[in-house]
Design a protein around this ligand. Structure first.
Ligand SMILES: [Zn+2]
Length: 254
């Protein structure tokens, strides 16, 4: 799907400043400040051992959220949100920490990334979705914006990224930039996967979104990368069919 028309300043104000906080729909052209500043404290380190979320919150970590499958409860909110470098954006604590490592690794190879959307609450998503319904109609809104309770951003695990040039902001051409290619190849090392891969619209309901990554933890992201799974739900379904390989406490497909 193509980028949405830019919001006018009036529309931004009508949204109560949502755009200013970067909390608009995935395809809204809200201005977003580049991520700057220092590192987050390192609370989560992996060294071949499961991370905190992999050990203690696997059901929420691996929750599948789609157009057909809402969060349960529908107004779910994570209880461990932290600011991401810039207080406009929040993520679950482990996600922010791993993303910080990802950013550092990217920068070491000359790629500068920035966050352009993080956690969005049920209420924010409702306001956002309603805005698009009012201005573009329900069908168009559904093509570009998740209904409340159906957005991966509500899990605090998903993040939209851009490079520091902004020429492919929320655009599929981001996947062809050096940063987008690096992200597709390396994100799994830090526990992230691209939720809406190219050619999967029939399955996901969304066209290719190379900028939207979702945290599943390094173990599952590594498995998916190694075994060639594009979609988390396919990985979970396959995993359920090989019980001998299942690890204790591993989440079942939902
Ligand atoms: Zn997104």
């Amino acid at each position: 799907m193509g980028p949405m028309a830019p919001l006018t300043r009036r529309a931004v104000l009508a949204l109560g400043g949502l755009a200013a906080t970067g909390l608009l729909a995935p395809h809204a052209s809200a201005d977003a400040a580049p991520a700057t500043g220092g590192r987050l404290p390192r609370q989560v380190r992996r060294a071949g051992s499961p991370t905190d979320l992999e050990r203690h919150d696997r059901d929420n970590l691996l929750v599948v959220v789609t157009k057909d499958r809402p969060l349960d409860p529908v107004d779910y909110a994570p209880d461990d949100l932290v600011d991401w470098r810039d207080p406009d954006y929040q993520l679950r604590a482990e996600v922010a920490d791993q993303l910080s490592d990802l950013f550092d690794a990217a920068q070491e190879e000359g790629h500068r990334l920035r966050v352009i959307s993080g956690y969005r609450s049920h209420e924010t998503q409702r306001e956002t979705y309603d805005y698009w319904v009012r201005t573009t109609g329900r069908k168009a809104a559904d093509a570009t914006s998740a209904r409340p309770g159906h957005s991966e951003h509500q899990t605090g695990l998903a993040v939209d990224l851009d490079n520091d040039k902004g020429t492919c902001y929320l655009d599929q051409c981001f996947g062809d930039t050096a940063e987008g290619r690096w992200l597709a190849e390396e994100a799994h090392r830090f526990g992230f996967v691209i939720s809406y891969p190219e050619g999967q619209r029939e399955r996901t309901g969304y066209t290719y979104e190379p900028w939207h990554v979702r945290y599943v933890g390094p173990t599952v992201a590594g498995d998916m990368h190694r075994e060639g799974f594009l979609l988390l739900e396919d990985y979970l379904a396959a995993e359920a069919l090989r019980p001998a390989l299942r690890r204790p406490g591993r989440a079942r497909p939902v």
